[in-house]
Design a protein around this ligand. Sequence first.
Ligand code: ZN
Length: 552
Amino acid sequence: MKLTFYGAAREVTGSNFILDAAGKRIMIDCGLFQGSSATKAKNFDGFKYDVQSVDYVLLTHAHIDHSGRIPLLYKKGYRGTVICTKATKDLCDIMLVDSANIQESDTQYKNNKRFRAGLLPLEPLYTIEDANLALKHFIAVQYYDLIKLDDNITVKFSDAGHMLGSASITIFVTEEGKTTTVSFTSDLGKPDTPIINNPEVLQECDYLVMESTYGNKKHILKEHPEERMFEIIEDTISNGGTVIIPSFSVGRTQEMIYAFNENIALKKKFSIFNKIPVYVDSPLSTLATEVFKKNTQYFDDEAKQYILKGDNPLDFPNLIFTKSVEESKRLNFDNSPKIIISSSGMCDAGRIRHHLKHNLYKEKTTVLFIGYQANGSLGRLLVDGAKSVKLLGETIEVNARIEMIDGFSGHADMDDLDKYISQIKVKPEKIFLVHGEEDQLYPFAERINNTFGIETVIPENYYTYELKKGEKVYELDHDRVLTENTYKKLTLLDLVTDVKRQVKDVSELIAYDEINNLDDSQITVLIDLYAAMRQNIKDLILGVESNTKVER
Ligand SMILES: [Zn+2]
């Protein structure tokens, strides 16, 4: 039995694993790479395996870093099924079409520019048609059902408590009369996340592929993050400001609505909240909220109680879902205090960018982050204290108050992850740690070793491991060419990013007074250096473009 990692290895996005077992190829998740432009470029690298050789796709949950390349699989010829829970299927119905829409419109925007420059048009990663084709092949299953893929392979989904319909997946494989169990935790939720149930701990497995987003980090504000949120809102609103909450459209936004709705005591204490409008400004969030309302069987007991009492847990009087683009734009020019919940959660796309552009420079604004901000994202820059940011072609000064409440995280923290392992009755032989950045992976691996005596592996992308019960996991010869190619591309992209940053630094030096300290000859040297650099860059662009120039 072989397990290969094609994404989310030593990184947090692009989840994609393949288990070759009992003569079948089973894929677990096929997500988009998200974050910096170097990471996003990996989506266009193509699959490093023959997609038609895959027999089944098992999907843990609808988040786009787990599901977002499924339409690309169908574009490339995969015609098998995608097996997931009903809520995941319902959410993918809207999320994959939305993702395709973004791919199409981004490409259209780039192509308009390329057309004017006489360059060949680009193809979108995939289209709405590809997404719709993929969605026809989704099959919904129930948690805890034993799904027999064939005589030797059985699959079980259990509740991962991370978002509506999210699952950990266990695969039972019988080879030569022996059954081996491989489990994938996927993203594990934080216990007591509103609306949904707590993560279900796996009972037993031989091999575990485990997420490590917060493998070495504790959520600071674990208890009652709502109180802190209401405090920040009260502060900002009473100063006449606006609170902007960047939020993932699916999951987090609904949890926020629920948190605003259910905390009656806090709403009494911070009563200003009831007097201001709370806008949810994201078409996808509006659609997703409808999917939540149709899937109340996935709610936890508390949320179910609300419904039984006749209350809608996802609605309250001052909540407004914006509908049209015009309505969204109007919010940018309305200076009255309000709360805007908009997406994307890491501020890399979507309407949130317009709200930030119109509010970040204002001192009265508060931007309140409530979720994970990946390296390289605009959200991470803001959380890390950037003084100015580039947004929609403009440089915007950051004068707003930036706050982060990590207690709403959709992910278990290090204590929760340790507790999870401690509760597995029959411990795995090996744990593969994925879905984490390196500063989280290594300390987590060491802790697992010391606390539980379980051997861990921190795989790299394109590495394959042979799994034989009772034997040491060994690494098969990985595809060095692939690793090297990707590495070179990333190095180039890093260099480009670096040059961009350096040029920006120099232009700031020139704009401010530092230049006055230089004498004429020093300035002449700088002019010569930059003229030479400009020529080099021109040559570089010509070199890249010569392959893509249109004959006219
Ligand atoms: Zn997720």
